[in-house]
Design a protein around this ligand. Structure first.
Ligand code: AMP
Length: 177
């Protein structure tokens, strides 16, 4: 049994059925995973869709967790949460009720058929880079690059605004301010 605890960053996004509500529901479900604890989260970001300009805006957030789940089991667990939340659309960058991506898993670099860590799109998305910076301003990627440098060099702007979100893990209730 792997009992070592790892630090993992997860990006959560939704643009259907009350996106802020879907994001909160996903945080709660992740916090309920076995051997997993929510450590911190970013503000909630409202963002423009990537490719489909006529699709609804997204709510995006990044969370930091500690977990003893392996990367593969964590991915399976996140896929289960997506399924249980009613995700049906698998069109690349199409609308989705919930999308859960593993951004970073300790200092792991992994390129398998089902899992790429760090996430392949991490460096191209302001709605991932800025929330990550909010949580961990001094973060260095497994490649040795500073997150700050990557964020400063990013030219792709999708963020419209951000809202403070307060998640109370003791009661598992949460609210937006
Ligand atoms: P998505 O459309 O974002 O849900 O991703 C589709 C597929 O990407 C998943 O079924 C995973 O097998 C794969 N994938 C590769 N790397 C990652 C990652 N770091 N986090 C989540 N999914 C990933």
């Amino acid at each position: 049994m792997n009992s070592k605890s790892s630090i993992v960053y997860i990006a959560i996004g939704s643009n259907l059925n009350n996106p802020p509500f879907q994001v909160k529901k996903a945080i709660k479900a992740i916090n309920y995973l076995p051997k997993t604890n929510l450590l911190s989260h970013s503000s909630l970001y409202k963002t423009k869709p990537l490719d489909f300009k006529n699709h609804p805006d997204y709510a995006n957030i990044v969370i930091k967790i500690s977990t003893s789940l392996s990367p593969v089991i964590l991915l399976k667990s996140l896929k289960n949460i997506e399924f249980n939340h009613g995700r049906v659309c698998n069109e690349r960058w199409g609308s989705r009720i919930i999308d859960l991506d593993i951004l970073l898993y300790d200092n792991l670099i992994l390129n398998s058929q089902t899992l790429t860590i760090p996430h392949s799109q991490l460096r191209f998305r302001d709605f991932v880079l800025l929330p990550l910076l909010e949580i961990s301003p001094e973060l260095t990627l497994p490649t040795g690059e500073k997150l700050k440098t990557i964020a400063n060099n990013n030219k792709e702007i999708y963020i419209i605004n951000k809202t403070t979100i307060v998640y109370d893990s003791s009661t598992c209730s949460n609210s937006f301010m």
